[in-house]
Design a protein around this ligand. Structure first.
Ligand SMILES: [Zn+2]
Length: 480
């Protein structure tokens, strides 16, 4: 098991962790925060003019649409031979045709070119349902392209950054994004913006929208709604204890979200404006509150982050309380039934199930850490099994600073809840459809967008084959 470098960094109290040869970063609710924190550090160039930001962002989106249409109109026709094609359940040998950027039954005339993909296993491109870092790093966009991740959901980015960088997603990698997520003025993830002397006023309305009351929502809604085209993001953390924690400044922001009483109203406003709602959830109570409020997307699977995030935090009773109260993270049949009725999609963001410990670790520490991983792993598997059995849609999202959804898919596979076909379906069909619900993607059939990956081996036999890409195709072959 390998941890993404982004998860290895940052969270852990570096000195102590190094001394112990230990890193527990993957256990922390670090994913979102790390990418955002890195970005927050460079956020000083944030554009102050909200109207300008909105216009630029909108222009970027329109341009992307125009580019796609132009590509289709002039796209050459292809005949693709020799491969086995994913049909949603398994692979079957077919000859496929592409014209005008879509799969067609027969080409309108002679194919402009014939691709021989003999021996290849063809799957739809992958979707990353929860990420931040590509919005801040062009290298990350390029890494997604190489990994066959053509669709990404940017689960919050500075509006000012997105206005500048949205054009990165007009190529093979496309994204939908939300900006200025709703949270409490002292709630997750503001701690990362405040680091190094940052002030809330500097990023409120750009990176997050700080709301403590319905009056705040009323005052700030219009500006944040205008910045968003597709969906908004909201934060719930330990919502069952919101009241007792709201003004307790000994509780760090990473353990606190917005007032859950504000969520139903935000969902109503968003839906009236044609926007979807994603909610960061940490506990099963957060999950239930969000599903009941009508949230469309649960940005995390409860249990994804529980317990101490570093060795220093092992002595913190608040962190240890997670482990002493695992039912705080364990979904119930009633929770998932409500989520199924509400039609929500749940994004995995598991990140890691643990890692090998150094030989010379103190035995008590080893027992504690391994126990922690075991509890967390059991809860994640339990939650996924319930969700699957209830028919809740699950999408693959890594929330990783440097990893990708393929890595996440392999981790989900390790939980022994889903077979490889189910995981491929989540990665290459459900995630893309969550990201672009209006588009015909995620299937290799007539009328669908002609985008695919030709793999060297059968991923149902070895999921690592998801990484062995011979050819990437999006309307036309992409350069290798
Ligand atoms: Zn995130």
């Amino acid at each position: 098991m390998r941890l993404g470098a982004g998860r290895r960094r940052g969270r852990v109290a570096a000195g102590r962790a190094r001394a112990a040869g230990l890193c527990l970063a993957a256990l922390a609710s670090a994913g979102c925060a790390q990418a955002q924190a890195g970005a927050a550090a460079g956020a000083d160039d944030a554009a102050a003019d909200t109207a300008a930001v909105t216009d630029t962002a909108a222009a970027g989106i329109d341009t992307a649409a125009a580019v796609t249409d132009t590509a289709r109109a002039g796209a050459p026709a292809y005949e693709i031979r020799g491969a086995r094609w994913w049909n949603g359940e398994g692979f079957e040998p077919r000859t496929m045709h592409v014209a005008g950027g879509r799969f067609v039954q027969r080409p309108p005339g002679r194919a402009d070119s014939v691709l021989d993909l003999s021996g290849a296993w063809v799957v739809p491109p992958y979707g990353e349902a929860h990420t931040h870092s590509p919005a801040y790093s062009r290298e990350r966009v390029e890494a997604f392209e190489r990994a066959g991740v053509f669709y990404a959901m940017i689960m919050n980015v500075h509006a000012s950054t997105w206005a500048e960088n949205a054009s990165w997603f007009e190529g093979p990698v496309e994204a939908t994004a939300t900006v200025a997520a709703f949270t409490a003025p002292n709630g997750h993830p503001v701690q990362f913006g405040l680091r190094g002397g940052g002030r809330l006023e500097e990023f409120d309305g750009d990176w997050i929208t700080a709301v403590a009351s319905e009056a705040d929502v009323e005052a700030k809604w219009a500006a944040t709604a205008a910045l968003n085209r597709d969906f908004i993001k909201t934060f719930l953390l330990y919502s069952d204890r919101y009241e007792e924690r709201a003004s307790d400044e000994t509780i760090p922001p990473r353990y606190r979200g917005m007032d859950p009483a504000l969520l139903p109203g935000l969902v109503r406003r968003a839906h009236a404006a044609g926007l979807r709602v994603a909610t960061h959830v940490r506990t099963r109570h957060d999950f239930a509150v969000a599903a009941a409020a009508g949230t469309d997307i649960l940005a995390h699977l409860p249990g994804f982050s529980m317990g101490p995030g570093s060795l220093e935090e092992f002595d913190d009773p608040d962190r240890r309380a997670d482990l002493e109260n695992p039912d705080r993270f364990r979904l119930t049949p009633a929770d998932v039934a409500a989520a199924a009725d509400a039609g929500v999609t749940v994004i995995t963001t598991i990140g890691s199930l643990g890692q090998p410990l150094p030989e010379d670790i103190d035995p008590d520490a080893r027992a504690y850490v391994e126990g922690l991983w075991r509890v967390r792993r059991d809860i994640l598997a339990h939650n996924l099994r319930l969700l699957r059995d209830a028919g809740v849609t699950i999408a693959i999202g890594s929330d990783a600073g440097e990893g990708d959804p393929v890595e996440e898919a392999l981790v989900v596979h390790e939980l022994d809840v889903f077979d490889p076909a189910e995981i491929l379906h989540m990665l290459a069909a459900e995630s893309p459809r969550l990201i672009f619900p209006e588009r015909r993607i995620g299937r290799l059939e007539e009328g669908f967008e002609a985008s695919f990956l030709a793999l060297e081996a059968n991923p149902l036999e070895d999921m690592a084959a998801l990484r062995r890409i011979r050819l990437r195709f999006k309307g036309a072959p992409l350069p290798n």
